[in-house]
Design a protein around this ligand. Structure first.
Ligand code: SF4
Length: 602
């Protein structure tokens, strides 16, 4: 009983304490136990953390204290501080209200794309809610219009420059050498509906029909005017464009008095109906240019066959053809094209690389889509080792192909006397030399060889299916290029490049499209889409850099090589920061460096 009294007193004391402490926020949990056969129940106090959201603080907290030293936002901050943005600064005219600093805006955009945040409204929201954005922007809160304007207008023509600057930093750090490029392309959907197509074939057909109708009407009316005025019977010229039609309608309007009601109605129809239609078709063909289609919503987008055909009906979608060069999975070059084929994109893509870095890569590795005579010729002229596959490269390695005596490439060729020998031993002499022009306007010289007499040949069924004697078309220059490419692709270096190619640009596309869900452009028009993909490419490189710096471990020898690089980077930052007086950002990389060095010593 005595013990029970002690316990009851203890509980009472606790309750007294609880009554005194009004501010304490708690509740009690019943706890059952037995002492000397007596079942007892007591309650234990539960404590919660203090909530201070409604309280004022004497010293405001520093956001920087809450951001880990190795957080990617610090890396984005450091890299953007390195970029030379004089070109963008020169675009500001001055006067009027103050503007957000372009470096801050670039940081916001880079970090947003880094986090797969592509919508300007969502970026604006993040600037108010997310401490990383608050820290990075220095609590600046540009609204979505300002963000959009900066992205679409200020970065216009500058994104490639920013991207190249960033790659140069990567090159200085030793992540890329710029001596080799793994090139590949993909298609990314434009911001437009799949039913907004305009086809060249249809437009041309309707335009031709309309022109025939217009010419018939004009001929009738001009005939009527001539007979009415009894003028000389001169031939009516057919109209060739809307400008000429407009002039002819003005002329016809002057003779309306000499026309009957039906003819006057026809002139009116020409003016009100046919002329605008013709102008519309002309405008559509002008927008189309050399393309076969475009989208009404984004007129720069072309309809292309996409790989992800979920409906399996081969439906085309408005898209852009994106070409990238990679090295160690860093994007070193990107270009956007309006044609679906890859062949025509390689030369402009490589030329852009040369323009960025004032040099060309010694080695370029690409798949069979790029193996054209024009591309091989370009590589030869620019002293590039072209590791481009060509059609039949893989087929050629198969026994079935090698052992087929009827294939033109397997026939014996006498170079001195310029003839082939068919499997029956007949000489096939050159009967014609001609040129073949590709869709891109490139002319190839082709030699045509013909067998002398295939009549009654027992091998005819296997050899060819044509009626007459067998003919083969040979492009000797292309054969020489193919041989050179084959030698390169089959040597140890070529085999290494071939095995690496699928884990270079292909892997980068996988990361962009599937990991980061960038499968559709948000902006419209080639210029804006260029900016958008530029930001995607930059953020990809930043992500790779952040992953390397965060995974810094001396256990890995390849990572050990990073420390001299970090020293270089840190020294560079210190020098630059002194110049631009941003001292509070120096310790971030210093910390990384010190941390890495400590680990190394340990
Ligand atoms: S069909 Fe003509 S080209 Fe072919 S093997 Fe016979 S002779 Fe030679």
């Amino acid at each position: 009983m005595k013990r029970r009294k002690i316990l009851i007193n203890t509980i009472k004391k606790k309750e007294a304490v609880q009554k005194v402490n009004w501010t304490a926020f708690y509740f009690v949990v019943p706890l059952k136990f037995t002492i000397l056969g007596v079942h007892m129940t007591t309650r234990t106090k539960v404590r919660f953390k203090e909530v201070t959201s409604q309280q004022n603080v004497l010293f405001p907290t520093n956001l920087s204290d809450r951001i880990p030293e190795t957080h990617p936002v610090r890396i984005v901050n450091q890299v953007v501080d390195q970029l030379n943005i004089d070109d963008i600064l020169a675009g500001y005219k001055g006067g009027g209200t103050s503007s957000y600093h372009p470096r801050v805006m670039i940081k916001i955009l880079f970090y947003s794309y880094f986090n797969n945040e592509y919508s300007s409204r969502k970026i604006e929201q993040k600037l108010h809610e997310n401490i990383y954005y608050m820290w990075l922007s220095g609590n600046s809160t540009p609204n979505f219009r300002t963000i959009n304007d900066f992205r679409g207008k200020r970065l216009k023509d500058k994104i490639h420059y920013l991207f190249a600057e960033m790659v140069k930093i990567m090159a200085e750090l030793g992540y890329v050498s710029l001596n080799k490029q793994y090139v590949d392309g993909t298609k990314i959907e434009a911001s437009s509906n799949k039913y907004t197509f305009v086809w060249k074939g249809s437009v041309q057909k309707y335009k031709d029909k309309l022109e025939t109708r217009i010419n018939a009407i004009i001929e009738n009316i001009e005939e009527a005017i001539k007979s009415d005025n009894q003028t000389e019977n001169t031939e009516t010229k057919p109209i060739v464009n809307s400008e000429e039609l407009s002039k002819r309608i003005s002329k016809l309007n002057k003779h309306l008095d000499s026309l009957n009601k039906r003819e006057r109605k026809q002139v009116e129809k020409l003016d009100k109906e046919h002329l605008p239609k013709l102008q519309k078709y002309e405008k559509q063909l002008k927008i189309m240019g050399e393309r076969n289609s475009y989208s009404k919503t984004d007129t720069d987008a072309t309809f292309m066959r996409m790989k992800d055909d979920h409906m399996k009906n081969g439906q085309l979608k408005a898209a852009y053809n994106i070409q990238i060069s990679t090295e160690n999975q860093f994007i070193t070059n990107f270009s956007l094209h309006q044609r679906p084929g890859d062949t025509a994109t390689l030369i402009p893509h490589l030329s852009q690389f040369k323009q960025f870095y004032n040099k060309q890569s010694k080695e370029v590795i690409a798949d069979a889509g790029y193996g054209s005579e024009q591309n091989y010729e370009h590589a030869q002229e620019n002293e590039i080792e072209a590791y481009y596959k060509y059609n039949y490269f893989h087929k050629e390695q198969k026994r079935k192909y090698k052992n087929n005596p009827f294939l033109p490439t397997n026939l014996f060729y006498n170079k001195q006397q310029d003839f082939y020998v068919c499997p029956m031993g007949q000489k096939m002499f050159c009967i014609k030399k001609t040129t073949r022009t590709s869709k891109l306007g490139y002319e190839s010289n082709v030699h045509i060889y013909q067998a002398q007499n295939c009549k009654g040949c027992p091998m005819r069924g296997q050899c060819h299916k044509g009626k007459g004697n067998r003919r083969i078309e040979i492009n000797h220059r292309m054969l020489a290029f193919r041989k050179k490419a084959k030698d390169l692709l089959m040597n140890p270096k070529g085999i290494e490049h071939r095995s690496k190619r699928p884990i270079e640009p292909e892997a980068v596309f996988g990361q962009i499209k599937f990991d980061n869900q960038f499968t559709r452009f948000k902006l419209r028009g080639l210029e804006k889409v260029n900016i958008e993909f530029g930001l995607v490419a930059i953020s990809h490189n930043l992500r790779k850099l952040a992953a390397i710096l965060q995974g810094l471990s001396p256990a890995n020898l390849s990572q050990l090589a990073l420390f001299p690089v970090l020293i270089h980077f840190w020294v560079k930052i210190v020098i630059r920061n002194r110049k631009i007086k941003i001292e509070n950002q120096i310790p971030n990389f210093k910390f990384l460096f010190e941390q890495g060095l400590t680990k190394m010593v340990a």
